[in-house]
Design a protein around this ligand. Structure first.
Ligand code: E4P
Length: 219
């Protein structure tokens, strides 16, 4: 299972990378705006800065919503660094763009996926990654995790090569359940990754070991 961090914050990306378990980064226009990044040159420079931190797979999202615009923008993004994965929204022209980039050997991440039907279309079009947003489904009383299971089942039936990238992961149980259901990747905030560390029995057990060691050493 791969771990991506879902942020455009360079400090958080560094921290996750230093932990040694990071496989990639996802960003979106809202996350870039949160870091105050705007203007084409600044956006490109920021993507480059992210690529310089991690080993591979940095999702950079197009803003255009028409085929020609997505192709032009996606090509520009892909030129920034070999680590870039072009993020394309699940809309009609987006499906065509996924197919185009697949034929050009440019990796894509199909974003804003909320149904199994959309997942089938994206896989048929040759998306490298598929991003179902589970937290946003939960927000409106649909079961996001159920969708991950459904897509995993469908992709297995047909040996689709598209990797399921569970997105909008809000907490550690989302991540663990995604692992049980067979998601290939999860993308989440840093606190979800570090949250996996936590267990009170680990803390109390370590405190006891250290206390016993000190006692035996006569400290
Ligand atoms: C995925 O690529 C998106 O950036 C992200 O996971 C959306 O998460 P949110 O619903 O918490 O904004």
């Amino acid at each position: 299972m791969k771990f991506f961090i879902d942020t455009a914050n360079l400090d958080e990306i560094r921290e996750a990378y230093d932990l040694g378990v990071l496989d990639g980064v996802t960003t979106n226009p809202s996350l870039m705006a949160k870091e105050g990044i705007s203007g084409e040159a600044n956006v490109k420079a920021h993507y480059k800065a992210i690529c310089d931190i991690v080993d591979d797979k940095v999702s950079a999202e197009v803003i255009s919503t028409d085929f020609d615009g997505m192709i032009r923008e996606g090509k520009e993004l892909a030129k920034i660094d070999d680590k870039i994965v072009v993020k394309i929204p699940m809309i009609k022209d987006g499906v065509k763009a996924l197919k185009y980039f697949h034929s050009e050997g440019i990796r894509t991440n199909c974003t804003l996926v909320f149904s199994a039907g959309q997942a089938i279309l994206a896989a048929k079009a040759g998306a490298s990654f598929l991003s179902p947003f589970i937290g946003r489904l939960d927000d409106i009383s649909y079961d996001g995790l159920e969708l991950i299971g459904q897509i995993a089942h469908i992709y297995q039936n047909y040996d689709f090569e598209t990797e399921i990238l569970a997105a909008s992961v809000r907490h550690t149980m989302h991540l663990i359940k995604c692992a049980e259901l067979g998601a290939d990747v999860v993308t989440c905030p840093l606190k979800v990754i570090t949250g996996l560390l936590k267990h009170p029995l680990t803390d109390s057990g370590l405190a006891q070991f250290l206390a016993d060691h000190a006692k035996a050493a006569g400290k």
